[in-house]
Design a binder for this molecule. Structure first.
Ligand SMILES: Nc1nc2c(ncn2[C@@H]2O[C@H](COP(=O)(O)OP(=O)(O)OP(=O)(O)O)[C@@H](O)[C@H]2O)c(=O)[nH]1
Length: 474
């Protein structure tokens, strides 16, 4: 959004003010003139820290240089007070004002030396108005004792007018809603709007009449007017420009409405915050999921280990780590055996001799150690494809695929020999009895096992520490 104040140069020279370049006679016997000004009407004139500032100060300075006239400021607090002093004759001159019928009663005026446009000012929401005649019902703020007030009262008596103390007060009235429109000089309006940052206001249109500024003296000094006119009219263009440039700071104000930016920034920020929160939430859930998944993986691994352990325990004897009876029974089932396994299959039953005495003499744990050592011996003696199992107590069984009964007998003899040469944890000699049976064609494993058992029984009967082979083999 832009609030623009456009202005060209002050139109002080709209008329040929400077036709006369003749030198003004400087006299030294002029009286010192007391002058009053509008104390708050920049850039035209104002009082700051007791000093006269603004364009009229520049013109008075040049007037002094060109005429020798001496001026002394009499400070006032308002334009009304200034007019009152002039009316009373307590003040001799005012350097910048419009001529009006009322003022002609107590002042005499110089020629116009400065022209300036007047403008209407309203809030930004008001539509553009093409002059005072289009103000309609709107309340119009005008400074007290301004010529514009006289003009409006005469030409637009129906208008709803709010008299204000100064132009600044008039602008504030529009800003705070006491009035809808203000009329005043473009340059001072611009100065106040910039000074007060009244960016919600806009120049709404031109207002006729424009300011035609003159110097005025009280009637008793009317004789000075020719001198003043000569000096002002002969003022070079460069002097006018210098004064205007010094005080008339008309420029384009660009104001960006940051509301939209803030809203967009706020919405963006909210979206970013939501995304960040969403992201954090997702990350937190993914972390939780990851943790749960890791826990599940660990549980799964534990379960697999447990399953393996269970599987091992279900198939193995915990003391000797050999296959157990259950596993051996399963392997003896016909469904679990192929035809090759049935050829040349032999069963060797092994039973420790007088194991009860070992237990009795050396204790149960010593007996356990004997069982473990014997199991190791059996494992070392068989081939990889043979199956060694603990059948129960101190009894073991080997299922072996080799020529039977020759190779089975060789295996049993080798085991017996190895047992003899093994040192067990007990002082007593450990020996075993062996019963061998070779699987016959069409014979069931159970039947073969029973024959091996009978052979073992025979070995025990023969005095132990020997090998017996079931004779019922082909
Ligand atoms: N230490 C130990 N002893 C066991 C185990 N299982 C069975 N036994 C014992 O093994 C012994 C078997 O004794 P018997 O059946 O009389 O056989 P034996 O003393 O070996 O006599 P023969 O077989 O006739 O030579 C019993 O005393 C059982 O308590 C075991 O796991 N550990």
């Amino acid at each position: 959004m832009r609030l623009c104040f456009f202005a060209g140069l002050l139109s002080c020279t709209q008329q040929s003010l400077a036709q006369s370049q003749k030198d003004t006679v400087i006299a030294t016997d002029w009286p010192v003139l007391t002058y009053c000004i509008d104390p708050d009407w920049l850039p035209y004139e104002a009082i700051e820290k007791g000093q006269h500032i603004g364009m009229s100060s520049g013109y008075l300075q040049r007037l002094k240089q060109r005429t020798g006239l001496e001026f002394r400021l009499r400070p006032t607090n308002s334009w009304s007070e200034t007019l009152q002093l002039l009316r009373e004759g307590s003040c001799d001159l005012t350097p910048m004002l419009n001529q009006s019928e009322n003022r002609q009663d107590f002042l005499v005026f110089s020629d116009v030396y400065l022209y300036a446009p007047n403008v209407l000012v309203s809030s930004r929401e008001e539509p553009f108005l093409q002059g005072l005649e289009h103000i309609g019902e709107r309340r119009l703020a005008i400074p007290k004792d301004y010529r514009l007030l006289e003009y409006v009262q005469r030409h637009f008596p129906a208008l709803d007018v709010l008299e204000v103390e100064s132009e600044k007060d008039g602008l504030m009235a529009v800003a705070d809603g006491r009035a809808e429109v203000f009329v005043g000089s473009l340059y001072s309006v611009n100065a106040y709007v910039q000074q007060q940052a009244l960016l919600e206001l806009k120049i709404n249109g031109w207002a006729w009449p424009q300011d035609e500024l003159r110097m005025a003296v009280i009637p008793k000094h009317a004789n000075l007017l020719p001198v003043i006119n000569d000096a002002l009219l002969s003022l070079p263009e460069a002097d006018h420009l210098a004064i205007q440039q010094q005080w008339n700071n008309v420029r384009v104000i660009e104001s960006y409405n940051y509301t939209l930016t803030w809203r967009v920034a706020l919405i963006t920020l909210v979206i970013i915050l939501i995304l960040v929160a969403w992201n954090l939430m997702i990350r937190r859930y993914s972390l939780k999921l990851e943790t749960k998944s890791n826990q599940l993986e660990a549980l799964k691994a534990e379960l697999q280990d447990s399953n393996l352990e269970l599987e091992f325990l279900s198939n193995h004897d915990p003391l000797t780590k050999l296959y157990n009876r259950h596993f051996f029974n399963t392997r003896m089932q016909p469904d679990n055996r192929n035809t090759n396994e049935n050829q040349h299959c032999s069963l060797i039953l092994i039973d420790i001799d007088h194991f009860k005495e070992i237990n009795d003499e050396y204790g149960h744990s010593a007996g356990d150690k004997v069982l473990q050592t014997l199991s190791a011996v059996l494992k070392q003696c068989v081939r990889e494809q043979d199956i060694v199992a603990r059948w129960g107590g101190e009894e073991f069984v080997i299922m072996s695929q080799q020529d039977c009964p020759e190779d089975a007998q060789v295996l049993a003899s080798r085991i017996a020999e190895r047992i003899r040469s093994t040192s067990f944890s007990v002082a007593k000699a450990v020996t075993c009895s062996f019963g061998i049976a070779c699987l016959k064609q069409q014979e069931s494993m159970i039947s073969c096992f029973e024959r091996a058992d009978i052979a073992l029984y025979q070995a025990k009967a023969k005095g132990r520490d020997c090998i017996c082979i079931s004779e019922e083999h082909t």
